[in-house]
Ligand binder design. Sequence first.
Ligand code: CP
Length: 302
Amino acid sequence: MKGKNLVSITDFSKDEYLRILNIAADFEKNPNQKLLNDHVVASLFFEPSTRTRLSFETAANRLGARVVGFSDSGSTSVKKGESLKDTIIMVSGYADIIVMRHPREGAARWASEVSSVPVINAGDGANQHPSQCLLDMYSILQTQGTLDNLNIAFIGDLKYGRTVHSLVQAMCNFNATFHLVSPEQLKLPSSSKMHIKNNKLEYHQYTELADIMPIADIVYMTRIQQERFSDPLEYEKVKNSYVLTKSMLEGCKPNMKILHPLPRINEISEDVDETPQAFYFKQAENGVYVRQALLAAIAGVK
Ligand code: CP
């Protein structure tokens, strides 16, 4: 994996996913391994983030790397009109790995094509979020003991949810059955459904959350992505579509766990947080170990 970009989750093979998850398990046991003392990681966030930026930066720090970058492109020369191409060419002269989030779909691919160092996509618009996908897989493996043959339910904004797009593609390697719960306007894009079909797997579509509760091994809740709506009235129509409450967990499978990439708005009621099914905060913690594994593998030290 040394020197590879991670722009789309399909840039890595099934063997590479499993290798990252194995390395992450090692970092979870022993997080402070100073393997990147001679590395600089650039953390370029053109769009807001809490978990992805802070967990990548924590991962880099735990590995002994130095971090440069920005969390607000308004304080950079982008504000003066500098292009993404020029920004990336220049930063790739400063750093050994670039982690980049950008609101435009395809921006990470474009960056990887002009960068002289590896680029990790930390989310590009509604397209992909591959490092989140790897930590989601790690969390699924941790809670289920396997990635194979699972019933995975995705709930909420399946149209704009980039974490959903990446995880659907990845779990097609593990014989998953997909249960897709969304409002009519926010269904999974046809390209993702084609990916499922091309792998000869099944998906089922629903509009009611209650329908999937007895069958799901993983309930993957998502936020309605307000920032992707061009018409605020359309957001108003769907913003409260699904709210998972504690009482809805009765009758779920004993192994069922709830994941959410976070942030949540109101789609998981706080009374769920103390239930044994809630795994989303541990899932966010797992982001550090998985991102340590990713940085170490791409740097070629693991
Ligand atoms: N899961 C996730 O991408 O969260 P942030 O937007 O806070 O990085």
